[in-house]
Ligand binder design. Structure first.
Ligand SMILES: [Zn+2]
Length: 281
């Protein structure tokens, strides 16, 4: 062995102690999330066979492959306590604890007085079918770029509205989507590509949701459209962004024609607005 090689080997040996198994890299976006935001955590590892894991408050989140590594989504909602979140990522034999500050956001408040005549309760059928839909985490990613608006009308109710019922604050309620004031029969389009995984009809027992379409955008990202008049798709159909899926209606527990668009990430209803105005990969 000549001296040059010896010296190179020595340097490599020393470097391996200074910087052992260098690599778990984690990036969090947005850096200053607020309640309702989807936190995107991208992870790169050196060992391609080691699939990283992500935990927050003893809960594990799906980590899925993307172009240059892995990504996990941590959904947040108005029910989450604002303040420090510690996201724990393990991979390449190491664990990183990343502190993220979840900013408090003020949501509009509605006061609702219920009269004696309550609306029809949800049926077990719709609860089961919608519940199963919200659990979907498909490994493939179908969406690309920003989401388009599903209806041309103005927004009549934003995400996250809180309510008082008969003067009592409903701790567990928040408006789980965005409402559009579309007139009856106006077009509803898919906001992004995906696979139709739920079609429910009021006549079959969707008493609260009304005529419903659920689209799986992949990787735990799902859209649900409620109170539709007509439905133009079937379960199993692939839809493109902007493709007509139905029309605005007043079916289910609805007091006038409007479209409710709910966006779920890993089972939690998040604010769709950041998905409309910035690409979340
Ligand atoms: Zn709504």
């Amino acid at each position: 062995m000549n001296n040059k090689i010896k010296s190179l080997l020595t340097t490599a040996f020393i470097l391996s102690f200074v910087n052992p198994a260098k690599a778990l890299e984690v990036n969090i976006s947005p850096v200053a999330p607020q309640q309702g935001d989807t936190i995107s955590v991208t992870i790169t590892t050196d060992d391609p066979d080691s699939i990283p894991t992500l935990n927050l408050n003893q809960k594990t989140y799906p980590v899925l492959p993307i172009d240059n590594g892995y990504r996990a989504f941590v959904p947040t909602s108005p029910l989450d306590t604002p303040g420090k979140l510690t996201i724990q990522v393990t991979g390449d034999g190491t664990t990183k604890n990343l502190g993220v500050w979840l900013k408090k956001r003020s949501f509009p408040v509605q006061r609702i007085w219920l009269s004696g005549k309550a609306s029809r309760p949800a049926t077990q059928l719709e609860l089961n079918r919608v519940g199963e839909f919200k659990k979907l985490v498909t490994p493939e990613k179908y969406w690309n770029g920003t989401f388009v608006r599903p209806n041309a009308a103005r927004v009549s109710s934003v995400f996250g509205v809180r309510r008082y019922y008969n003067g009592v604050f409903a701790n567990n309620y928040y408006h789980k989507g965005v409402d559009y004031a579309g007139s009856a029969g106006s077009t509803v389009v898919a906001p992004a590509a995906g696979k139709v995984r739920l079609v429910g009809k009021e006549a079959q027992g969707f008493h609260v949701h009304g005529n419903t379409v659920g689209i799986d955008h992949g990787q735990g990202v799902l859209s649900i459209f409620l109170h539709l008049q007509s439905i133009n798709v079937q379960e199993g159909d692939f839809v493109k962004p902007g493709q007509k899926i139905g029309t605005v209606g007043n079916t289910g527990a609805s007091t006038g024609p409007h479209l409710h668009w709910g966006l779920y990430v890993n089972g939690v209803a998040v604010d769709p607005v950041p998905w409309r105005f910035g690409e979340i990969k």
